[in-house]
Design a protein around this ligand. Structure first.
Ligand SMILES: Cc1cc2nc3c(=O)[nH]c(=O)nc-3n(C[C@H](O)[C@H](O)[C@H](O)COP(=O)(O)OP(=O)(O)OC[C@H]3O[C@@H](n4cnc5c(N)ncnc54)[C@H](O)[C@@H]3O)c2cc1C
Length: 503
């Protein structure tokens, strides 16, 4: 891009909010540049519980606006990305004298079913835990449970698909590119960028700046000339543990702990169970967040209250931890801080606007982008109508009911793949698996083997189409093959990235 050119919108941050805003904006006809200082989704957006959910728990905090918007979004998003979003049933066991009375749970789930948007997802049911298979892995504590619907999502891929779609529509997406300064000259921003690999610097000029830096949002404001409002967010750490599969079947569990917190136990990547999350204030650098010893103990102990077989530290195969960038509403407890989002505009007359994002969820990111576009269009003039509610994300151009049939079709067309390999590819890339596999007719056509079912063709696709630049990008964000490759295989992948020329 020529330096003298002025783009309409510059977006700081390649998490779900930045990528969602960039996608919506470019689709309406704005010119957009987005900078992400690390990998796409390397911040909070790959460290979530991975649910597209209304947030049953938020009803207790009277967050009706948020819950209604999120409930409606479940089916909207599922339809736009049926390869990475899947319906899931949640078993919520209860017993008399538990932390919440049955009538309260029933009321919450009634609202959940009826607040809005549920057309395809099945309604809440009551389970008899004396006979239902859902009781099998659990201690015999419960005679009843509720079973309700939400969806699971591949969070990191949700981000990268938004970025891919934005780029396909003309946005410039620059990863490993840090915004180190932003200077306002009346009607225009000059943004200074640093390539974090080479140290090279350049500048981009833009009419409007969007600060979607997640946990770093206040830090970015600090670096922007003249802005001194620095205490907008509350950082709340949340961690998960992943263990070998603890129970069979596709349903998840929603357990209510005695401290009134809840934890999920979710079937994960076929052979694993994901357990989380915690909620505690965080004061360090968001880039360094890791699960603490206390959180590991807490999650193991909380899950062991319910499962017949205890969850032990030695069962853990992976952990991940993230920081929620919550809007600071002054709530006393971390778990009570609002999960809703706030968009704050700094646009005194005649000067180039800056709009910052505080809070939000993966689930509400598409709506957040629409609200952001209202503000942007107020500043830059209207360009186009909202469009993302019906637009498929890359690879998601098939009907929601057709996931199994489409995955089988991929296997039929590439019979040299195992069924599990074809399914894994379809779950990640949907119809774009065919771009990845291309003319391959036998396994050897996929190139070098890196372990599990990872071949060079997939790496080339990830480098060329999805900004993958390191082994970690591939193993923990574009895929979850980090759970399956040995340490030696992961090192070989690192060596591959050290030699491969990437832009
Ligand atoms: C434990 C946990 C569980 C959660 N579970 C769910 C869930 O199940 N469902 C749900 O809907 N939501 C969930 N969330 C919330 C959701 O993950 C977050 O709201 C969302 O990911 C925030 O996205 P973001 O784009 O605002 O921030 P981020 O994903 O953190 O993105 C911000 C990006 O900005 C970049 N950046 C920062 N400074 C600069 C700079 N100077 N230059 C360039 N780039 C910069 C960062 O590197 C980062 O990638 C969960 C969150 C946590 C922590």
């Amino acid at each position: 891009m020529a330096q003298e050119e002025i783009v309409d919108i510059f977006v700081i941050g390649g998490g779900i909010n930045g990528c969602g805003i960039a996608r919506d904006a470019v689709g309406r006809g704005f010119s957009v540049v987005l900078a992400e200082m690390d990998d796409l989704a390397s911040g909070t957006s790959s460290r979530a519980t991975k649910l597209i959910h209304g947030g049953l728990r938020y009803l207790e905090y009277y967050e009706f606006r948020l819950v209604r918007e999120a409930l409606i979004e479940r089916e909207v998003l599922w339809a736009t990305a049926p390869h990475i979003i899947h319906p899931m049933r949640f078993v919520l066991p209860y017993h008399p004298g538990g932390v919440r009375p049955a009538w309260l749970l029933r009321l919450g789930l009634f609202l959940y079913d009826h607040l809005g948007g549920r057309k395809r997802l099945p309604a809440t049911a009551t389970l008899d835990m004396r006979t239902d298979p859902a009781a099998e892995p659990l201690k015999p504590l419960f005679t009843k449970a509720f079973e309700y619907s939400d969806c699971s999502v591949d969070d990191a891929r949700f981000v990268v698909l938004n970025a891919r779609d934005a780029a396909d529509r003309g946005a410039v997406i620059r990863t490993r590119t840090k915004v180190v300064a932003a200077r306002r000259d009346h009607a225009c921003w000059t943004v200074t960028l640093e390539n974090v690999v080479t140290g090279a610097r350049d500048e981009v000029r833009a009419r409007l700046l969007v600060n979607a830096a997640g946990p770093w949002v206040d830090k970015v404001l600090q670096g922007v000339e003249g802005d001194r409002d620095l205490h907008n967010i509350r950082l709340v750490q949340g961690s998960h543990i992943v263990i070998r599969r603890k129970f069979d079947g596709p349903r998840s569990y929603f357990f209510q702990n005695n401290d009134k917190r809840i934890i999920f136990a979710i079937p994960y990547e076929d052979d694993f169970t994901m357990i989380g999350t915690t909620d505690r204030d965080y004061h360090g650098d968001p880039a360094n967040v890791v699960i603490s010893e206390e959180e590991i103990d807490y999650l193991c102990e909380a899950a062991s209250e319910y499962f017949r077989e205890p969850v032990r530290r030695e069962d853990i195969v992976w952990t991940f931890s993230g920081v929620r960038p919550l809007y600071d509403d002054g709530a006393t407890e971390a778990q009570a801080a609002t999960r809703d989002y706030v968009l704050k505009e700094d646009a005194s007359k005649g000067s180039a606007p800056l709009i910052s994002v505080f809070g939000g969820k993966l689930t509400t990111a598409r709506k957040l982008a629409e609200h952001m576009l209202e503000k942007i269009e107020h500043q830059l003039g209207k360009r186009g109508a909202p469009w993302t509610h019906q637009a498929k994300l890359p690879g998601g151009d098939f009907a929601v009911e057709a996931f199994a049939a489409e995955s089988e079709k991929l296997h039929r067309d590439y019979p040299f793949l195992t069924e599990a390999h074809a399914r894994r590819l379809f779950k990640l890339y949907g119809t774009r698996s065919r771009v990845l596999l291309g003319e391959a007719r036998k396994l050897e056509d996929l190139g070098r083997h890196f372990g599990a079912d990872l071949y060079e063709a997939e790496l080339r696709y990830l480098i060329d189409h999805e900004w993958a630049r390191s082994a970690e990008d591939v193993l923990w964000r574009r895929t979850k093959l980090g759970l399956r490759l040995s340490a030696a295989e992961a090192r070989q992948l690192q060596d591959f990235f050290a030699t491969v020329p990437v832009a």
